[in-house]
Every structure is written in C-alpha cells, then in structure tokens.
Design a protein around this ligand. Structure first.
Ligand code: DQA
Length: 157
C-alpha cells in the first residue's frame, strides 16, 4: 500500500522501518515512458517490497509525492522515528533540490538513492545528482529491481 501526502505511519510494531520515498511523476509509473521506466506501476513495486520486507523482518513505509517539501518532511520524519534507512527516488528533484541535499546531510539515517533508469546515460541535465554526494550509495539502471536491491543492501547493514 502506498501512502499519499500527509498520511503518517502508525508505527505499532517493533520491526525497524525502511521509508521508501518517491518524488515527482513516479505515481505515473507503468504508463510513463515505459521504454525508459518499464511497465511496473508503483503499486507493483510496493507489493514486491512489502513481501521482501516481510521475509527480511523489516517494515516498509512507501510514499509518493509530487511536492519537494513533503519529501523533506518525510526525511525528517524518518529521522525522528529512528528509521533503519530511507530508499529515495527523488525523480527530477535529484538534479535540482538543495533542500533534499541539506536534509539528507542533516539527518542520521542512511539514504539509498535509487533510479529506475541510468541518468548518466541520458540527457546531460540528468548527469548531476545533488543526492549522490550525501547518499550512502546509489543504485540505478536496473529498473524496478533497483528498489529490491536497495532493500536487500539495507537488510545487511
Ligand atoms: C528517475 C530519473 C530522473 O532523472 C527522472 O527525472 C525521474 C525518474 C529514475 O527513476 O530513473 O523522474 O529518478
């Protein structure tokens, strides 16, 4: 299940939570340029992550917003909740957002940057990531599988 803007996690279990935050236009996955981003919807990805998290004894809290400030709030919330890690696909904000760079730097939670496509192999304006220098690591170019690779890595921290 994907949560939308302003919906907070209930946090009743003792399992550590991994926030999976998705930025602008990722709600359109499945119909958005499938030759680049694949045919899986964000719901498909969420379902697989929930199954994987269950097997890894983790919780995932999966959200999407088209608004930069919501992503900033959610990263701060991940820190306040002592989350295990954040998987972040910031979409186009990857290339522009000093606010996301700053909040990732400010919090103590490891952030894994994920992209479905390989931005380095695309237009020049996608070559620079403001997230990469403050992320624990980056996974890109493996389509939807990148989210699962990130969760697997987090389970081994
Ligand atoms: C993306 C890559 C970004 O450059 C783009 O703006 C997106 C998706 C990816 O997952 O490949 O929205 O983050």
């Amino acid at each position: 299940m994907i949560k939308g803007d302003n919906i907070l996690s209930e946090g009743t279990s003792s399992k550590k939570t991994v926030f999976v935050l998705n930025g602008p236009n990722l709600n359109l996955l499945g119909m958005r340029e499938p030759e680049i981003y694949g045919s899986d919807t964000l719901d498909d990805i969420a379902g697989r992550l929930e199954d994987q998290a269950h097997d890894l004894n983790l919780e995932v809290d999966i959200r999407q917003s088209n608004h930069e400030g919501h992503l900033v709030d959610w990263l701060q919330e991940a820190a306040a909740d002592n989350a295990q890690a954040v998987i972040l696909n910031a979409g186009a904000l990857t290339h522009t957002s000093i606010a996301l760079h700053d909040v990732i730097k400010a919090i103590d939670v490891p952030v894994i940057e994920v992209h479905l496509s390989n931005p380095a192999a695309r237009e020049e304006f996608r070559h620079k990531s403001l997230i990469a220098p403050v992320a624990k690591g980056t996974i890109c170019g493996f389509g939807a599988l990148g989210y699962q690779l990130a969760l697997d890595a987090i389970s081994k921290f």
